[in-house]
Design a protein around this ligand. Structure first.
Ligand code: ADP
Ligand code: F6P
Length: 325
């Protein structure tokens, strides 16, 4: 069967926002237009699709956006789209607005939505956008680089005051159930302990012993990077202070990690991925996700991508332990 020629591409952002999403939207719009397609922006993810919050995009709609954090299309989490009725309505809305293909920028959840739209005959391509880096088929996700740089700068500042007061600091970073942000920050910030959901054994006595040993060695601070997936940093700080006698403070970095101007890497990779998504749609492909794997941009079937598993790199984890001396 000949591939369906698409005329109008919709683009939406879904799930948590991530710096660099605007660069991806801009790329979809401008690459789409340069290939002779119409492009429509769908606001507020699947929620906006169901509500018909859809506008025609021109090259000017995305002017002055590549350097901006967040997403100019806004984003949302939409429960209704997880129901068969919601998915049918989503496909009907695409047809109503003449959209025959959609680029979905988001995480695994958003790709499940794209998979459902594809099953209803709307061609879809996913672009990995999440600060968490928790998408198995790709070594890069839009926003991770900016988020770890933002967190790293914040942690450097906490380290200054931690050293001045000779304190222990527990710093909680985002990542949902995944420890990638924590591992990267832990290595980049020279943390004494890095607690990853994938690795932590919940043995707090080991942390206490480590702090006491380090005091004896003359260390003036003790930085613990704690991943959101473990959480409970404030109560952990109280218990550690009581057990060690070392003043301990907890800082939860929170949503500041999701904002801010994207790094050069996030702008460039997001631009490339946006263009690749349009290229795949122009080739008549559907139910694909763009990825960066083994040093190359590539793409996978969404079903295959969602079935993959991602693990913490053992070598990175080992060096994080060896360097924390
Ligand atoms: P992320 O895309 O970052 O993983 P979520 O898991 O919150 O974020 O998913 C974003 C949105 O994608 C959800 O609010 C919902 O609208 C849609 N979605 C998630 N899972 C499914 C599913 N199984 N079927 C259809 N849509 C889904
Ligand atoms: O997926 C991105 C992320 O920032 C996670 O790290 C975090 O667990 C979650 O989103 C927070 O979501 P919300 O913005 O709904 O609080």
């Amino acid at each position: 069967m000949a591939a369906k020629e698409i005329k109008t591409i919709g683009v939406l952002t879904s799930g948590g926002d991530a710096p660099g999403m605007n660069a991806a939207i801009r790329a979809v719009v401008r690459e789409g237009l340069s290939r002779g397609k119409k492009v429509k922006g769908i606001h507020r993810g699947y929620s906006g699709l169901l509500q018909g919050e859809i506008e025609d995009m021109t090259a000017r709609s995305v002017s002055d956006t590549i350097q901006k954090g967040g997403t100019i299309l806004q984003t949302a989490r939409c429960l209704e789209f997880q129901t068969p009725e919601g998915q049918q309505l989503g496909a009907d809305m695409c047809r109503k607005y003449g959209i025959d293909a959609v680029v979905v920028i988001g995480g695994d959840g958003s790709f499940r939505g794209a998979q459902k739209l594809a099953a209803h005959g709307i061609n879809t391509v996913g672009v990995p956008g999440t600060i968490d880096l928790d998408i198995a088929c790709t070594d890069y996700t839009i926003g991770f680089d900016t988020a770890v740089n933002t967190a790293m700068e914040a942690i450097d500042k906490i380290r200054d005051t931690s050293t001045s007061h000779e304190r222990c600091s527990i710093i909680e970073v985002m990542g949902r159930g995944a420890g990638f942000i924590a591992l990267w920050c832990g290595i980049a910030n020279g943390a004494e302990d890095i607690l990853l959901p994938e690795k932590y054994d919940y043995d707090e006595q080991k942390l206490v012993n480590h702090i006491i040993e380090n005091r004896k060695k003359g260390k003036q601070h003790h930085i613990i990077i704690n991943a959101e997936g473990i959480g409970h940093s404030t109560s952990m700080a109280k218990r550690i202070e009581a057990a060690t006698g070392v003043e301990t403070r907890a800082t939860i970095l929170g949503h500041m990690q999701r904002g801010g101007s994207p790094t050069c890497k996030d702008r460039v990779y997001a631009s490339t991925m946006g263009c690749l998504a349009v290229d795949l749609l122009c080739q008549g492909k559907s139910n694909r996700v763009v990825a960066y794997k083994g040093g190359q941009f590539t793409d996978f079937d969404i079903d295959e991508a969602l079935a993959m598993e991602k693990h913490i790199d053992e070598y990175d984890y080992q060096i994080s332990l060896n360097l924390a001396r």
